[in-house]
Design a protein around this ligand. Structure first.
Ligand code: S3P
Length: 449
């Protein structure tokens, strides 16, 4: 879905104390994969807790266009899948809106089929690099046409018999790893992905859960070799999607920054490939209590109690980036209120997210009185404990570049800054966290238009 029409600016103001217990909507990565694998597997998949953000809904529409039957009964999404290898040719371009995950994973999933599939998206997605997925697909025999320098729109046409490859992922990207593995599902023989730096492992875990013959070997240096046997049977599953740690990050950081806050966030996914932000914030002095740690559906889940904390600046190791890649914008906001400076390195992937997040964060911080230094792959933020002088008294708006996480991060900033913080457009928030405004206001956040 594209967001043509009028932008909707929003302003966040200094708030008193955030209180309450909230449940965060389902994890975006797991929700996309639930629709994809449920749509592909034979028989019925039942999903509860699915994130009903625009990004995930677009993935559901794409799976329907390729033959899956998807309906919602009460709180449960029920999918009748096509069976592995039996997707149908989509009759119209598949529109992924703002979603890199939906688009790139589906390119792998259907790109190896011997028919045309065309991929389109909004202005943000159309400016993002697709070569990282198209190149391994080309090696598997996929014809790529219509692409403008490996940008959308793109049409893929698979060969009669795709070629199983061994692919070493050149950047830390779960989307690239996953696209190659999903292409391997409809490829005879063993598709091998070598992952030098571990990224989120939802594809591996969930494919095993759906019955794929997939193994993972990790060597002494942490290099992972993932082998998938193609053309096996996948069988529908029952999935309860845990709360998204990347969405959790916004109320969590807000509670740390707003004096006298004490909130509890329940049912949060604690998969170790996703918890880098919690580790970092704790190193900064954050009071985050992990309660009721448990295992649900093969994933670690917990409740988090978060209280206002005085933070201090730290150096965030570059190796931690994959486990908190979507959290740097809101970490930068936390760092803006910490004593001393916070140094973040290894941020090259931030340049190719929904926006160039490194630049977007740096410009937004500067506009709101924070001193920072933007390097090619790094960011240094000089914090102002208490938020004195932060915000923009003139009401100048942060440019969000169609990026939901830039929008939410700067609204969090406004809750603890002396002056209000305004963003130019809040509409993209619905791509990943449609409940954000109501949930934050329910905790006591002062956010308005
Ligand atoms: C995702 C992988 C990450 C992340 C994105 C979701 C996934 O992207 O930023 O929000 O679900 O596989 P990259 O693979 O580009 O790092």
């Amino acid at each position: 879905m594209s967001h043509s029409g009028t932008p909707a600016p929003a302003t966040a103001r200094k708030s008193e104390n955030l209180k309450g217990t909230v449940r965060i909507p389902g994890d975006k990565s797991i929700s996309h994969r639930s629709f994809m694998f449920g749509g592909l597997a034979a028989g019925e998949t039942r999903i509860t807790g699915l994130l009903e953000g625009e990004d995930v809904i677009n993935t559901g529409k794409a799976m329907s266009a390729m033959g899956a039957k998807i309906e919602k009964q009460g709180d449960t999404w029920i999918i009748q899948g096509t069976g592995n290898g039996a997707l149908l040719a989509p009759q119209a371009p598949l529109d992924f809106g703002n979603a890199g995950t939906g688009c790139r994973l589906t390119m792998g999933l259907v790109g190896v089929y011997d028919f045309d599939a065309t991929f389109i998206g909004d202005a943000s997605l159309s400016s993002r690099p697709m070569g990282r997925v198209l190149n391994p697909l080309r090696e598997m025999g996929v014809q790529v046409t219509g692409s403008n320098g490996d940008r959308l729109p793109v049409t893929l046409h698979g060969p009669k018999t795709p070629n199983p490859i061994t692919y070493r992922v050149p950047m830390a990207s779960a989307q690239v790893k996953s696209a190659v593995l999903l292409a391997g599902l409809n490829t005879p023989g063993i598709t091998t992905v070598i992952e030098p730096v571990m990224t989120r492992d939802h594809t591996e875990k969930m494919l095993q859960g759906f019955g794929a013959n997939l193994t993972v070997d990790t060597d002494a240096d942490g290099v992972r070799t993932i082998r998938l046997e193609g053309r096996g049977k996948l069988t529908g599953q029952v999935i309860d999607v845990p709360g998204d740690p990347s969405s959790t990050a916004f109320p969590l950081v807000a509670a740390l920054l707003v004096p006298d806050s004490d909130i509890t966030i329940i049912n949060v996914l604690m998969n170790p490939t996703r918890t880098g932000l919690i580790l970092t914030l704790r190193e900064m002095g954050a009071n985050i209590e992990v309660l009721n740690a448990r295992s649900a559906g093969g994933e670690d889940v917990a409740d988090l109690r978060v209280r206002h904390s005085d933070l201090k600046g730290v150096s965030v190791p570059a190796e931690r980036a994959p486990s908190m890649i979507d959290e740097y914008p809101v970490l930068s906001v936390a760092a803006s209120f910490a004593e001393g400076r916070t140094t973040m390195t290894g941020l090259e992937e931030l340049r190719v997210k929904e926006s160039d997040r490194l630049a977007a964060v740096a410009r937004g911080l500067e506009l709101n009185g924070v001193e920072c230094e933007e390097g090619e792959t790094s960011l240094v933020v000089h914090g102002v404990p208490g938020g004195r002088g932060l915000g923009n008294a003139q009401g100048a708006a942060v440019t969000t570049h169609l990026d939901h996480r830039i929008a939410m991060s700067f609204l969090v900033m406004g809750l603890a800054s002396e002056h209000p913080v305004t963003i130019d457009d809040a509409r993209m928030i619905t791509t990943s966290f449609p409940e954000f405004m109501d949930l934050m206001k329910g905790l006591g956040a002062k956010i308005g238009s």
